[in-house]
Structures are given as structure tokens and as C-alpha cells.
Design a binder for this molecule. Structure first.
Ligand SMILES: NC(=O)c1ccc[n+]([C@@H]2O[C@H](COP(=O)([O-])OP(=O)(O)OC[C@H]3O[C@@H](n4cnc5c(N)ncnc54)[C@H](O)[C@@H]3O)[C@@H](O)[C@H]2O)c1
Ligand SMILES: [Zn+2]
Length: 375
């Protein structure tokens, strides 16, 4: 057994006959051919990636496939959130069809959450559903977006509003590739790692408070943090695949976060998703304290940790100014987590004690946002 194989972890997502493995560890891009060939009936693959990831990893990945006799074509798309569009969806579907990918073959997303969401959607609709493999290359994609089967694109009405549930057949999370991720993108993904602790794993949050430097440095602690996060998400997804209940907990910090992303027009120079989630998680804890559901000390602890790792924790840190509280409230109300006009929020009784609150008064949220917005 090689050193790489020893360090590797496997997390199983249990979904009956749609169950799949998430392999986590170093060297998985080079090992991708073997891992895929042993699981795939077909011998053809269409790889979709973006212009940042392609020069770094596409050649290696294609060589790994070809070494196992897999015939692969690739499509390189522009990087960034705007790629999650109808225009690019059409492009991906067309190139998958042009490559004559049949049902036993597979479509692969090699990239961050943008490539994963778009490619997964295409795989979900081409030939009414094609096999799909995620090779997530950002921390966010490894701990969150590549797991659980939510796919989609954005609309002028909001983020992720058009898509399908389509589970992957395999996820290969090569932890080495995170070394080329910008520190800012690594931190943004880390917000989602911390999120799993804050949802229902207080011990994991405490472990992160102690070990985050090692997680950032790489090696064993990083693999542990990613595997723990994937296991947490896998457990939630196995219990509630279609978000009828508890899966909504994964949206901790996201209602505020999405409103901030909308307010900054998805301009990644101002705010990336994980940064919005970081600020959003702090706001969710502060709002819970304001509603007398949690101690203000928990919010302070969350804020201190996220600030330590270098994430923004307040709306005032977002460059370029924000609209008034009422406008942010409109964005929140347009978010899909609104049922029958009532606001569904993920609130908390404390660290690791989040819950789904179905009936949050809008007026309280507006008053809270007014207080928290920079003057
Ligand atoms: N489907 C889900 O369940 C789910 C969950 C969370 C987030 N998302 C979605 O994921 C997206 C965000 O994902 P993201 O943060 O990965 O964004 P991203 O895909 O835009 O990647 C971030 C940046 O890092 C670059 N990059 C990726 N891997 C790299 C590497 N190894 N080395 C160097 N650069 C690299 C990308 O090219 C991009 O510029 C959002 O669209 C969000 O809505 C989906
Ligand atoms: Zn998220």
C-alpha cells in the first residue's frame, strides 16, 4: 500500500441504490483513472473544467484516464459565478452529446462549486440523466457543493433557482490541489467547514479552534477536517435528500449570506460565497441572542474564531457599501427558503445547537439588520 493510499479516507453517502463514495486524500487526480475505471461500465468521459483549473490539473487528469484506457474529451469554461448560466449549460450539454457520451459513460466536473453545479445539472438532464463524477478542486467544493446532489445555475431572480437533484456516482477530493487555491478562496471554503461544527458538532468546532492552523497548512489535519465535513453532510443528505426538513440546517448563515451576495451583485472582488456565509453565521448567532434563544457569548466565540482565520465577520467589512436594511430584507424574502410568506431561518441555541425556525418575524430581522449595518 502506498503512503497516499494510507492517508486516504472514504466517506459513504447512503442513498440506497444511489449510494456513492467520497474519496478524500492526496494524489487522487493521478489515481483518478484507476478509481473511475473500476467503477464505470463505459469507457468514455466528458470532462468540464474552468480556465484556472485547466492549466494546473487537466493534463494530469486526462493522462490518468488515458492510462486506464478511458477515452476523454474536455471543455474549458471561463472561471467565476457568471458561468452558472443557461448559455454555458447549453454549451456543456452540446459538448457532452457531441462526445457521444452514452448512459454507461460519465460526465466529470473538475473544478470548484461553479463547475460542479453547472456540470451536474447538465449531467442530470442530458439523456434524462447521465452518470456524473465530481472531482472538486476548491475547499468549498470538497466539503460542500460536490456532496449531496444539488446542481443548478443562477437566474436574474436569484442564485441556484434553476436546477435538479442529481447525485454523483463518485467524488474524488484530491487534498493536494488545495495548495494552489488562493488563501482567500481557502478561507471561504473554511467557513463551510466551521459551519458543520456550528450546526451540531460543538466538539468539532472546538477542535477547529485549536487546530485551524494545521488545517490551513495541509497534511493530516486538513484531511481530517474535510472528511469530518463530508461525513456531516453525508449524514444530513442520507436522512433528508430533498430538503424536506433537517437538510435545511446546512443553510446556517446562508439566508443572510445570500442576501449579501445579492446586494454585492455576486461580484467576487467584493464578496465570495464563503465570506457571505461567515458574516451570515455570525449574524445568525447574534440574531438568535437578540431573540433570547442563545447567549451572546456564543456569537462572540464564533466571531472570534472566524476573525482569527482571516474571514470577514461584519457587514462593514464588505467593500463598496450596502443597501438599506429593507432592500436586504427583500433579497432575503426572495430567497428560496421562504414558505408561505413566512421566513424560515436557521437559528441556534448555542454552538452546535442549530435548529430550523419556521416563523421568524420580518420586522425583527429588519430591525436587527438596521442595527448591524455600518452607519
Ligand atoms: N450544490 C451545492 O450543494 C452547493 C453548496 C455550496 C455552494 N455551491 C455553489 O458553489 C459555488 C462556489 O464554489 P467555489 O467557491 O468552489 O467557487 P468557484 O468554482 O468559482 O472556485 C473558486 C475559484 O477558485 C478557482 N479554483 C478552483 N480550484 C482551484 C485550485 N485547486 N487551484 C487554483 N484555483 C482553483 C476557480 O477557478 C475559481 O476562480 C457557488 O456557485 C455556490 O452556489 C453549491
Ligand atoms: Zn454554502
Amino acid at each position: 500500500m502506498t503512503a497516499n493510499a494510507t492517508a486516504r479516507r472514504t466517506v459513504r453517502v447512503n442513498l440506497g441504490d444511489r449510494s456513492y463514495d467520497i474519496l478524500i486524500g492526496p494524489g487522487l487526480i493521478s489515481a483518478a483513472g484507476r478509481e473511475i475505471a473500476s467503477r464505470l461500465k463505459g469507457r468514455k468521459i466528458a470532462v468540464v473544467t474552468d480556465e484556472h483549473v485547466a492549466p494546473l490539473y487537466l493534463d494530469n487528469f486526462m493522462a490518468a484516464l488515458s492510462a486506464e484506457g478511458i477515452d476523454a474529451v474536455s471543455l474549458v469554461l471561463p472561471a467565476g459565478e457568471k458561468t452558472k448560466s443557461f448559455e454555458h449549460l447549453i454549451g456543456v450539454c452540446d459538448s457532452v452529446l457531441a462526445a457521444r457520451i452514452e448512459r454507461g459513460d460519465a460526465v466529470v466536473a473538475l473544478g470548484g462549486g461553479v463547475i460542479g453545479d453547472l456540470t451536474g445539472f447538465a449531467a442530470g438532464i442530458v439523456r434524462r440523466g447521465s452518470r456524473f463524477i465530481q472531482v472538486p478542486t476548491s475547499l468549498l467544493a470538497q466539503v460542500d457543493s460536490s456532496v449531496g446532489g444539488k446542481t443548478g445555475i443562477n437566474s436574474s431572480h436569484g442564485k441556484n433557482l434553476i436546477g435538479v437533484f442529481h447525485q454523483p456516482d463518485l467524488v474524488l477530493a484530491d487534498t493536494d490541489v488545495l495548495d494552489t487555491l488562493s488563501p482567500r478562496e481557502f478561507r471561504a471554503g473554511y467557513a463551510e467547514v466551521a459551519k458543520y461544527g456550528l450546526i451540531d458538532k460543538p466538539d468539532f468546532f472546538a477542535w477547529l479552534e485549536k487546530n485551524w492552523r494545521a488545517v490551513f497548512a495541509g497534511g493530516e489535519a486538513r484531511i481530517t477536517a474535510i472528511a469530518t465535513s463530508c461525513q456531516a453532510k453525508a449524514d444530513v443528505v442520507a436522512a433528508d435528500e430533498r430538503e424536506n426538513g433537517q437538510r435545511a440546517l446546512l443553510n446556517l448563515g446562508h439566508t443572510f449570506g445570500h442576501a449579501l451576495e445579492a446586494a454585492t451583485h455576486y461580484d467576487s472582488a467584493r464578496l465570495v460565497h464563503g465570506e457571505g456565509v461567515s458574516i451570515g453565521m455570525v449574524l445568525a448567532h447574534q440574531f438568535s441572542a437578540r431573540m433570547n434563544l442563545a447567549s451572546p457569548d456564543d456569537g462572540k466565540r464564533v466571531e472570534a474564531h472566524l476573525r482569527d482565520v482571516g474571514l470577514p465577520t461584519t457587514m462593514g467589512e464588505i467593500p463598496g457599501g450596502l443597501p438599506p436594511a429593507e432592500t436586504l430584507m427583500d433579497a432575503i424574502a426572495q430567497d428560496k427558503k421562504v414558505k408561505g410568506g413566512k421566513l424560515t431561518f436557521i437559528l441556534t441555541h448555542g454552538i452546535g445547537q442549530s435548529f430550523v425556525a419556521d416563523d421568524v418575524p420580518q420586522s425583527e430581522v429588519v430591525a436587527f439588520l438596521r442595527e448591524k449595518l455600518p452607519k
